[in-house]
Ligand binder design. Structure first.
Ligand code: MN
Length: 232
């Protein structure tokens, strides 16, 4: 078998305490999964089922421990926003997964940033058009080192924070999710057969805002280390 051109290398996340790498397949994202963030975006959080959008697997920028990622400021926007999110990595395939069995499908967890061209997302939303140009651009998903669930246990509570140039912008806890991880996996797996290598970005809390070239972001989730990203 030979290809017309050399396929690009798989995007893979480093694994904490291991030489192994976690090859990324798809990136599923949950919209408006923290009530206070839904309100700041002008939605009523009480009336929504979880909804999903995707980023390409190769939009992921893996961050090794201690590394400062450099994220190029994307084209066609003047309002690039940060969204800190818990990332859940799938290790076992499944469809129609009951919430009570969701933990069996989770391989591990990481810190992620759902970087967003907020101006374009807003325009698309207002026009009833797809969000891809706002959400799925190159480098739009910095993700830190993956922590195996065998080490962290099943995560239901963990403080999270995002600082920009040392000032706290987002501060919450994953226990504030409207749809917890088990429910996310249940709902998502009704629509897509989840496969090992899929990662889920589980939504962001309130406090999203713009960053500009030169800014340095520091994201942390208790038990999952931290991730640093510089906008260039
Ligand atoms: Mn998000």
């Amino acid at each position: 078998m030979s290809y017309v051109f050399q396929p690009e290398a798989l995007t893979a996340l480093p694994v904490y305490g291991s030489e192994l790498q976690f090859a990324v397949r798809r990136v599923y994202c949950v919209g408006r999964n923290y009530a206070a963030h839904a309100r700041e975006m002008g939605s009523d959080p009480e009336r929504e089922s979880p909804f999903f959008f995707c980023k390409p697997g190769n939009a992921v920028m893996p961050a090794a421990a201690g590394q400062i990622l450099t994220l190029p400021y994307p084209s066609q926007t003047t309002n690039l926003h940060h969204e800190i999110e818990l990332v859940v990595a799938i290790g076992k395939a499944g469809a129609d997964i009951p919430a009570a069995q969701a933990h069996e499908h989770v391989w591990g967890y990481a810190i992620g940033l759902d970087m967003t061209r907020r101006d374009l997302q807003g325009q698309m939303k207002a026009a009833g058009k797809p969000w891809e140009i706002g959400k799925a651009f190159d480098h739009s998903a910095p993700i830190a080192t993956l922590y195996p669930q065998t080490q962290t246990g099943w995560l239901t509570s963990a403080a999270m924070s995002l600082q920009v140039n040392g000032a706290v912008r987002q501060q919450s806890n994953i226990d504030q999710m409207s749809w917890p991880v088990a429910d996310i996996i249940h709902h998502l797996s009704r629509y897509f057969t989840l496969q090992p290598g899929d990662v889920i970005m589980t939504g962001t809390p309130e406090g999203v805002g713009a960053v500009v070239p030169g800014d340095e972001l520091q994201a942390s989730i208790a038990g999952l280390g931290e991730m640093r990203v510089r906008i260039s």
